[in-house]
Design a protein around this ligand. Structure first.
Ligand SMILES: O=C(O)c1cc(=O)[nH]c(=O)n1[C@@H]1O[C@H](COP(=O)(O)O)[C@@H](O)[C@H]1O
Length: 282
């Protein structure tokens, strides 16, 4: 398969860079007039995929909201992945896996092996058991043309106590991880397949985000960030940012047209923020 970074760049160029998260919170199911059960989950997910998969670059199902219904929830997730991919969206499985290498190999075969029912275009990973522990997933992704998004600087305020701690060589832990990602992406054109997660909520991070890979920016909408914040957070690499919104779009459902309009509004705001910063930078 064509490498994920190439497929993502193409999708960002043709569809705009927005990622919409599929996070079926119990409160959203209620607001949509659905029960907090598998039928409600199925309806919510199908409506979201049908409304958005033919237009946004990336859909990001949050695995936890499906796992909480057990095997029947996972069946809904499997179908959502297949339907979204066949409608042309890239699917980023938000599973935030991270474990010792031998267990990482099993997570890799769950999400990054083309024969798996949960095979996705990319998966989120946590590197805080050591970046090297992710090797089996990095290798599996490279072999199948998939990608990974590795947590660097997360959108939640609690993340700083770990991520901004100082490593033995004086770098922050987050910078150490970002530098490892940059090494993985070296030489890749137009974009590497190892992405970083950096919260849009963080303001100027002081970190070097030039990893030659995509930068997933969650925190827009419900967590308070806006597309206008992106240039401040990402500076010269804002063109590699995939801004991610879940509740900020989903709260407009269940009407499909309203979901599309909400996504389109965020996409327009992102375009304005990114092109405004390009104009300013000359
Ligand atoms: O990896 C993520 O997507 C992620 C990383 C992060 O730093 N912060 C963060 O909020 N997320 C996820 O992004 C989504 C945010 O949802 P909203 O706040 O509703 O837009 C949730 O699924 C989170 O799990």
């Amino acid at each position: 398969m064509i490498p994920f970074g190439t497929r993502l760049r193409r999708a960002m160029d043709t569809r705009g860079p927005l990622c919409v998260g599929i996070d079926p919170h119990a409160s959203l199911l209620r607001d949509w007039g659905l029960n907090d059960d598998v039928a409600g989950l199925e309806r919510f997910t199908r409506t979201t995929v049908d409304a958005l998969a033919d237009r946004v670059a990336v859909l990001k199902p949050q695995s936890a909201f499906f796992e909480r219904f057990g095997s029947r929830g996972i069946a809904v997730l499997e179908k959502a992945v297949a339907d979204a991919r066949s409608a042309g969206a890239l699917v980023l499985m938000d599973a935030k896996r991270g474990d010792i290498g031998s267990t990482m190999a099993a997570y890799a075969s769950a999400f990054l092996d083309e024969g798996s029912p949960l095979f996705s275009d990319a998966v989120t990973l946590s590197p805080y058991l050591g970046f090297g522990s992710l090797r089996p997933a990095l290798d599996a992704a490279a072999a199948s043309g998939a990608g990974v998004f590795v947590l660097a600087l997360t959108s939640n305020p609690e993340g700083a106590e770990v991520q901004r701690a100082t490593a033995a060589d004086g770098r922050s832990l987050a910078q150490l991880m970002l530098d490892r990602m940059a090494a993985e992406n070296e030489g890749a054109r137009p974009l590497g397949s190892v992405g970083a997660v950096v919260g849009a909520t963080l303001g100027d991070t002081g970190a070097d985000l030039a990893i030659n890979g995509p930068l997933l920016a969650p925190g827009i909408g419900a967590q308070g960030a806006t597309p206008a914040d992106l240039p401040k957070v990402f500076g010269s690499v804002v063109g590699n940012v995939v801004p991610s919104v879940s509740r900020g779009v989903l709260r407009h459902g269940p009407d499909a047209a309203a979901l599309r309009e909400a996504a389109e509004r965020f996409a327009d705001e992102v375009r304005a923020a990114v092109s405004g910063s390009r104009d300013r930078d000359g």
